[in-house]
Design a protein around this ligand. Structure first.
Ligand SMILES: O=P(O)(O)OC[C@H]1O[C@](O)(CO)[C@@H](O)[C@@H]1O
Length: 549
């Protein structure tokens, strides 16, 4: 495995980055009237404009060379063909197979998984339709009006982000709720207004060992059986989605209510599998299929388009350019479409759980900056909260701006105001305003020179802050499927170039193990003296205060 720092393109990028740090995007735009054409890509439902990055044609050409030297195209084929590229877990990575319209045969451990996928899709269709038409009945013969999805991380964020985004496409035949937090407040609040006779629970857990999910599921089961006085009611009110059928059965879920997922689907890439059942229930199976179709379009684009015109590849290269070579440390996700209000939370898991690692495939320490921390919120709300930092802090935060040409719920006069802000913000972040201009503007407003001297330095915006604009035609199941798949493949490409195993998540295990030990101490009013002094005193304080409340 060739260390990345020894690649010719890597070395040239290091030198090139030092030169580019002294450039301003304003000058690059002034020099080149075709900059937008050179640095934008149009897909059927999404336009990517990446011209507002600190790049030249040379930057892109070196970055493409880097992708080639890292054999991104070969790795991409290995993924699509089902090779075990998740090396630390010895697993294939095949979320793309879940949305492959052609249902081509793909073999994992000698088994054609496309047949399993088809069967599961057929079951999702039939169960979601039964529930939506009122044919699935609860223990007292009443129809299901409310579905509660219990799951966390990848077993929650994907379905919740999508059903929130596509609410407009729901006919409201069923109310959908999500419980992810083990804080009892959440499940108590969700269940409080519901009638057990009308509620169906989906227990979503790939491993079926996640403490938070299992505890919430147990509470749900107690709530149901307390009302039904009958264990047989469980079969009418509980569905499980899991790769661990044995545990789901042991838990008490009826065999016919268990939906299988497979070890070749990573939790954070699983919304296309039966983990997406809540999507089909709330929006209808045909909309779930459109979501898959939108993702499939991007799978084909990613697999077939030359690297220079390949949206996920370009986004990955820009992230590497901004973080590894220009040393930005975080990346903002700023949707301007209300529908996408959960997108940054979703991408936080997708990107940070995938690539937030510090050793390479061989387990050697990586000694160059890799991926940024991902954060964000709805752009308009952010403007009145944290954009001050984006515009004027010393830290450069590259940002993805995501908006739609047409609103799915047009309210007269609103969309233009929203989108005017969308366009203005990337312009302001790029252009900035220098002191000379600030002074001239203040003078034109009739301000006295004493005031101008005092205020002018505070009003300077350096600009030169990189942004990508992803402009969607309109939010729909199809375009949302495409958007999510773009980010999934971007994450993959980053992992390949940075030599990070993007499909494991060992970093979540240590905390889980320690929580188990501490939970034992909390339940038994003990404090283990082997704890460090901070943790020891915190637990002791917890017991003392608890004993008095
Ligand atoms: O679906 P499961 O197995 O309950 O896991 C939920 C989430 O927990 C994690 O394992 C992290 O703890 C994620 O990777 C996963 O999406």
């Amino acid at each position: 495995m060739q260390p990345r720092e020894t690649l010719a393109s890597w070395q040239q990028l290091l030198t090139h980055a030092q030169q580019m740090k002294h450039q301003h995007m304003n000058a690059l735009f002034a020099k080149d009237s075709e900059r937008f054409d050179k640095f934008s890509i149009k897909l059927p439902s999404i336009l990517l404009d990446y011209s507002k990055n600190l790049i030249t044609e040379k930057s892109i050409s070196l970055l493409i060379q880097l992708a080639q030297e890292c054999q991104v195209e070969q790795w991409r084929e290995r993924m699509f063909k089902g090779e075990r590229i998740n090396s630390t877990e010895n697993r294939a990575v095949l979320h793309t197979a879940l949305r492959d319209k052609t249902q081509s045969a793909i073999f994992v451990n000698g088994k054609n998984i496309s047949q399993d996928i088809k069967q599961t899709l057929d079951r999702i269709k039939s169960i979601s339709e039964d529930i939506r038409r009122g044919l699935w009945l609860g223990f007292s013969g009443k129809r299901i009006t409310d579905v509660v999805n219990i799951g966390v991380g990848g077993s929650n964020l994907g379905p919740q982000m999508v059903t929130e985004a596509l609410k407009r496409f729901s006919d409201d035949s069923v109310n959908l709720h999500y419980v992810s937090n083990v804080d009892g407040t959440q499940i108590a609040e969700v269940l409080r207004p519901l009638n057990p006779e009308n509620v169906l629970f989906i227990i979503s857990s790939k491993t079926f060992t996640t403490t938070e999910t299992i505890l919430n599921a147990k509470t749900a089961m107690k709530w149901l059986t307390a009302a039904s006085f009958d264990q047989t009611a469980i079969a009418k009110h509980f569905i499980a989605v899991s790769a661990n059928k044995e545990n789901a059965l042991k838990f008490g879920i009826a065999a016919e209510n268990i939906f299988e997922i497979w070890d070749w689907v990573g939790g954070r890439f699983s919304l296309w599998s039966a983990i997406g059942l809540p999507i089909a229930i709330q929006l209808g199976f045909e909309h779930f299929e459109e979501l898959l179709a939108g993702a499939y379009e991007i799978d084909c684009h990613f697999r077939q388009t030359p690297l220079t015109q390949n949206v996920p590849v370009i986004l990955a290269l820009l992230s590497i350019w901004n973080c590894t070579f220009l040393e930005a440390q975080s990346q903002a996700i700023l949707p301007y479409d209300q529908s996408l209000h959960m997108l940054s939370a979703y991408l936080q898991q997708a990107e940070m759980e995938s690539n937030g690692k510090s050793v390479n495939w061989s387990g050697e320490t990586i000694n160059y900056p890799t991926v940024p921390s991902i954060w964000g919120a709805l752009g308009i709300n952010g403007q009145h909260a944290f954009y001050q930092y984006l515009h004027q802090s010393n830290n450069i935060v590259p940002a993805d701006f995501i908006g739609s040409v047409a609103s799915v719920t047009p309210v007269q006069g609103h969309h233009e105001t929203l989108m005017a802000n969308f366009f203005a913000q990337t312009q302001a972040l790029m252009q900035g305003v220098d002191e000379q201009q600030v002074r001239a503007d203040l003078k034109a407003k009739g301000r006295c020179s004493k005031y101008i001297d005092k205020v002018a330095p505070h009003k300077v915006h350096q600009g030169n802050r990189p942004t990508n604009t992803l402009l969607m035609n309109q939010i729909s199941p199809y375009s949302l499927g495409s958007l999510i798949a773009i980010y999934e493949h971007k994450i993959f490409v980053q992992g390949i170039i940075l030599q990070i195993c993007s499909f494991d998540q060992w970093g979540v295990e240590l905390g889980k193990g320690l929580a188990n030990k501490i939970e034992h101490q909390l339940r038994n009013q003990q404090v283990d003296e082997n704890n460090d002094s901070s943790t020891y005193q915190l637990i002791k304080h917890y017991h003392q205060v608890k004993s008095k409340t």
